[in-house]
Design a protein around this ligand. Sequence first.
Ligand code: AQP
Length: 333
Amino acid sequence: MNKEIVVSGIRSTGQLHLGNYFGAMRNYVRMQEAYDCYFFVADWHALTTHPDTSELQNSVLNVLAENIAAGLDPEKVTLYCQSAVPEIAELYLLLNMLAYKGELEKTTTFKDKVRANPENVNAGLLTYPVLMTADILIHRALYVPVGKDQEQHLEMARNFAQRFNHRYGELFPEPQAFNFGAELIKVPSLDGAGKMSKSENQNATLYLADDDELIRKKVMKAKTDSGPAEPDSEMPEYIRNIFQIMSLVSAPDVVGKFTADFNSANIRYGDMKKQLAEDMVRFISPIRERAVELRKDTDSLKRIMTRGAEAARESAGRTIAEARRLVGLNYLQ
Ligand code: AQP
């Protein structure tokens, strides 16, 4: 029986962090046996916000090394770089005719990025959800393991797929965001403001490349207060965030103990952060060490991407041939 198809990508815009891991990479690893997986480094997407390309190649190789270090097996999944599959760009062009300026301007991530960087509101940024749709539909994928920030983009991808099918003929499934049936994840930053991110909140984001001392320092600086004044107080959001992060890396009985301490108005945040820092070091350091080793062998990483691009182009070539035929662009056949 054919396996169901899965696609997901990570932008090469810096070092990967805990949010990328729990929002996306952990599911890549969990899905690699049972699904037909295409995972890519989104270097074209990186250009929408990072026009300086001096670090791009290094960043692409880091993303690849850190994904393999986190447990992805290049023998089981197709790993490639987005720009090595030009069929994606052709599908993006076709889909752009089905995407309207008004809906693109209303996208939350677009509005956030415009606010953050008003002097670089380029057309690539506006059409980001269209390129993301092309990334997914080029392999006719059904599932897309992503974090919560991508939910709206997936809804748009389903709309664009439907519009194509309706106008030109049935070709694309409607892709779903995937987290094994659970809510999509958003890993908050340690300062209580926004999410962990490659390019923003860097002092409050835990990176998979952070050394043990830096991890401890960042965790100990996480925003807390003097604790609840009375039992069963409501938990402020920045404290809830620390509990959420703790639940990702600490044992359930540890989280349970500190939850009970909070509920009895008897919590010592210093102790909680020390425990979290040690559990975090235990979680991140093996991934970091494996990634450092893998990153030394640039040739192997490039070979993995070359092989991946060949397999991705085979699948993409089949889809784009069908898309051309349905749109009516196959004059010479
Ligand atoms: N904080 C997060 N919590 C859960 N999931 C997250 N993801 C990102 N941040 C979190 C998920 O990681 C995957 C790859 O993200 P991306 O590279 O496409 O870029 P992004 O969403 O824009 O993430 P960053 O890390 O914040 O990058 P920059 O700073 O460059 O914008 C996606 O599945 C995403 O949901």
